[in-house]
Design a protein around this ligand. Structure first.
Ligand SMILES: [Cu+2]
Length: 166
């Protein structure tokens, strides 16, 4: 009998988690995380062209967000960071110079993490990594370190400093 209760409890828990998962995935801001990670991966691969393309996508996404569709608290946070994020994304999108893109990416990442901490963008685990050489941070969806500031030159330099959704 006890086992049945446990089983029912377990099923209820899983069901509830899935309901919440569906809820948070619906955030209008989730595409920003996708584009952010695309930019990051392009920099890991030292591709300035791809970084520029994905930064342009980010810019389109952030300018296309309907603020009225956001819950009030998310809207306030979003408004705090919108212009700052758009500024760095625009510079990355307009440059083909990877060093210049990486300069902007440092500030971009710091602001993006503040947004990601305040607004639930995903149910997936997000890592906040730090590069001691560059003294800068980045977000990643994967635990192994792949450094976007140096790429192949120093691919595994850095460490995880914070983890979201774990
Ligand atoms: Cu610039």
């Amino acid at each position: 009998m006890k086992k049945i209760f446990l089983l029912v409890g377990l099923i209820a828990t899983v069901f509830t988690q899935q309901l919440f998962a569906k809820d948070s995935k619906a955030s209008a801001l989730t595409p920003l995380l996708t584009s952010y990670l695309d930019i990051k991966n392009a920099l890991v691969n030292s591709s300035s062209t791809d970084a520029a393309t994905h930064a342009a996508e980010f810019l389109n996404a952030i300018n296309g967000i309907d603020m009225k569709s956001l819950p009030a608290s998310d809207m306030t946070t979003f408004m705090t960071f919108k212009d700052k994020l758009a500024f760095d994304a625009r510079h990355i999108s307009e440059s083909q110079d990877i060093a210049h893109q990486r300069e902007h990416f440092a500030n971009f990442s710091a602001n993006f993490f503040k947004l990601a901490k305040a607004v639930k963008l995903t149910d997936q685990v997000v890592y906040y990594d730090y590069c001691p050489m560059k003294k800068s941070y980045w977000l990643s969806a994967d635990a192994p370190i792949k450094n976007p500031y140096f790429g192949k030159q120093m691919l595994t330099c850095g460490k995880v400093t914070q983890t979201l959704n774990k």
